[in-house]
Design a protein around this ligand. Structure first.
Ligand SMILES: [Cu+2]
Length: 516
């Protein structure tokens, strides 16, 4: 939770809507009651019979339209090169005009589809009137120079080249790209500076019979709070205030399916701060990749918890005709954290002639196997906070642009991430994914690597990482972006010998401070 330090008229209004909206949301109430209460404050502009009952929103929305997805740009001959124009501008969210930040004039950037071994090139044109940068989340790529370097500042009015060489071993799955300048990350992601990045090839790992009839969809989750004049709230954000939850920028979009047809859903939480606890009525999720790591063992899950930044690629097959809801269930982030209500996100209407469902895969890749590694170093990371002051710490320090750890290239380390606060924090590290070894002292049977893990309130998680391929400085941080901006971030500098490198670049952002 981030407590607003300066209540604006807009946040007071939002809080009032919240009182009205959440009055019907006491524990045990059905989502329909909660939804109805908020909807009575802000009725939808329209809904469709296909979408069913109206869904709660905090501004007038058009609901129940067929699911659409952002424009897809595909690499050709090993390269995807694009100009990324970042502007302050207006765009449509569920039929409502909002003022935010755009990538190439659109809400969400284009979906970039590339192959392992490709080169991704951006020319980032910053017309925002404030500094920024772009991070390629989840990729195993160089963190320095003009590659995936979040310690770089792209000044207002500048055009900055970015060249990211993707290894041939990059795992297929759903990644994303987003603004990541310390102090401005939450506001810029909130305002719209993010997009999907897909490393192609995940479906090639599925049984051939399954590939044939597969229908594939991005389910990008993002949420909005607006000021009275339609601006996305980017200052004094209270992430617990009522929000309008969207899928690909739509409220309760409709996907149609035949009975038994298998859908590949790319579930991705592109929220700045908010958690999603996903459940689909009528079918379990078969998880085939977590954080773009194909799994060693496909497991069926009735619900999936997605902290901000998290992705799951899942297969679902609804066997019977009917109307089914993808919803986020209530989530309580801990005594010092936020409580999020249940909300319908999307409707899947199943109709027509049934199709035979081919057997689902049991495995997509080998298990990660880091439990057999020799451990070169054990380290403790502890997360603490002064929530009232909006200050967040790693090992007792707010982010100051200095190096905390210097792992040696080519070694495996084991880190204990200890959360001494009364709310959950999602730990995320750049460049090298990790295997979770235990959660709260209990052995964790990891089926894949991951790049985000929930560190429970007053709990700890033990992870192992291989520092492979790349030397240089990069960060780990809490992926609740208010916490990252508030200081819960630190620098790791991987060096050839594991000793501090005095010539390592140190962040120029250390002096920037937290904007809001
Ligand atoms: Cu956090």
């Amino acid at each position: 939770m981030q407590v607003p330090r300066r209540a604006t008229l807009a946040t007071v209004l939002l809080a009032l809507i919240g009182v009205v909206g959440l009055a019907g949301c006491a524990e045990g109430d059905s989502s329909d009651v909660a939804d109805a209460a908020v909807v009575s404050a802000v009725p939808p502009r329209s809904t469709t019979p296909e979408g069913g009952a109206a869904v709660a929103a905090t501004f007038p929305t058009v609901q129940g339209l067929p699911l659409t997805e952002p424009e897809v740009l595909r690499s050709r001959n090993g390269t995807l090169a694009l100009t990324l124009n970042l502007d302050n501008g207006e765009y449509q969210v569920a039929g409502h005009t909002v003022k935010g930040m755009t990538m190439n004039g659109q809400f969400m950037g284009p979906t970039l589809v590339i192959d392992p071994g490709d080169t991704l090139t951006f020319s980032v044109v910053n017309n925002l009137g404030e500094p920024t940068n772009i991070h390629e989340h989840g990729l195993h790529v160089s963190p320095i120079g003009i590659s995936d370097n979040v310690l770089r500042t792209m000044e207002p009015g500048s055009t900055s080249p970015v060249v990211v060489n993707i290894p041939t071993t990059q795992a297929p799955g759903t990644y994303w790209y987003h603004a990541h300048l310390h102090g401005l990350t939450e506001a810029q992601v909130m305002a719209g500076l993010f997009g999907t990045l897909i490393i192609d090839g995940l479906t090639d790992l599925l049984p051939t019979e399954l590939q044939a009839g597969l229908s594939e969809h991005l389910v990008a989750l993002h949420d909005y709070q607006l000021t009275a004049d339609g601006e996305i709230v980017t200052e004094n954000i209270d992430s617990a205030a009522p929000t309008t939850r969207t899928v690909n920028g739509m409220v309760n979009p409709v996907l149609t399916s035949r009975p038994g047809q298998t859908q590949l859903l790319r579930l991705a939480n592109f929220s700045a701060d908010i958690w999603y606890r996903l459940h689909l009525d009528g079918a379990a999720f078969s998880v085939i990749a977590e954080d773009a790591n194909p799994v060693g063992r496909v497991e069926k899950k009735d619900e999936l918890l997605l902290p901000p930044g998290k992705r799951f690629d899942v297969l679902v097959a609804l066997p019977k005709a009917g109307s089914y809801k993808l919803r986020t269930l209530p989530y309580d982030q801990g005594p010092a954290g936020d409580k999020y209500p249940e909300r319908v996100l999307m409707t899947i209407n199943v109709a027509g002639d049934p199709v035979a469902t081919p057997p689902q895969p049991t495995t997509m890749a080998p298990l990660p196997g880091y439990e057999h590694d020799v451990i070169a170093k054990r380290r403790l990371v502890w997360l603490s906070e002064d929530n009232e002051a909006g200050k967040f710490f790693v090992n007792g320090k707010q982010f100051d642009g200095t190096v905390l750890f210097t792992p040696q290239l080519g070694t495996t380390e084991e880190w204990t991430i200890r959360n001494v606060t009364a709310e959950d924090h999602p730990f995320h590290i750049h460049v090298n994914d990790f295997q979770v070894m235990s959660v709260k002292g209990k052995r964790y049977d990891a089926v894949s690597l991951q790049d985000i893990v929930k560190v429970p309130a007053h709990g700890q998680v033990v992870i192992r990482m291989r520092f492979e391929t790349f030397t240089g400085s990069f960060v780990f941080h809490c992926h609740i972006l208010a916490h990252e901006d508030g200081g819960m971030m630190a620098i790791v500098d991987v060096t050839a010998d594991g000793k501090p490198d005095p010539s390592s670049p140190v962040s120029t952002m250390a002096t920037m401070g937290h904007r809001s």
